[in-house]
Design a protein around this ligand. Structure first.
Ligand code: HEM
Length: 127
């Protein structure tokens, strides 16, 4: 399979994943009942699986490995932080204040991941 095609899939999934997360975050604050729709519980998981699957495929095809290349390590660690903050924001946070804080944190971490992807720097200040 063509590497550029997989990278395109990865970028598309990243855009859809980030947009769906912001949308669900807004619903969590304003219309929590909408989070119960079946598609809202299924589609983000499918997109996130494709996002990670395409990432792992590129890692295997290009031989650029996390825990060898610092920028890829940073992406993996930040992804784990994003997943935890995302779960607190959309589900696990007990109060609205905790969920809102986690939501802002998750969006900032997502922005960091994109900045690292674009610059390939752990501290992407030149972005
Ligand atoms: C929320 C999670 C993620 C987002 C938003 C994201 C976003 C992106 C974006 C925007 C690019 C394109 C950069 C460019 O234009 O050059 C990219 C490339 C890439 N990402 Fe991700 N990514 C995520 C997770 C991951 C993870 C966990 C890994 C590794 C395990 C990974 C591995 C890669 C690789 C290998 C490339 C291609 C680098 C290249 O050959 O140019 N990504 N990512």
């Amino acid at each position: 399979m063509n590497y550029l095609l997989i990278k395109q899939l990865h970028i598309t999934c990243a855009v859809i994943s980030g947009s769906l997360f912001v949308l669900r975050g807004m619903w969590m604050l304003l219309r929590p009942e909408l989070l119960q729709h079946r598609w809202v519980r299924v589609v983000p998981h499918v997109v996130d699986t494709l996002l990670l699957g395409s990432a792992l495929t590129m890692v295997a095809l290009s031989g650029q490995f996390p825990f060898v290349l610092p920028w890829l390590t940073a992406k993996v660690v930040a992804l784990l932080v994003y997943i935890v903050l995302g779960a607190v924001a959309l589900k696990r946070g007990k109060t609205r204040a905790v969920r809102s804080l986690a939501l802002v944190g998750a969006i900032l971490v997502f922005g960091y991941i994109v900045a690292v992807a674009l610059t390939r720097l752990v501290v992407p200040l030149s972005w």
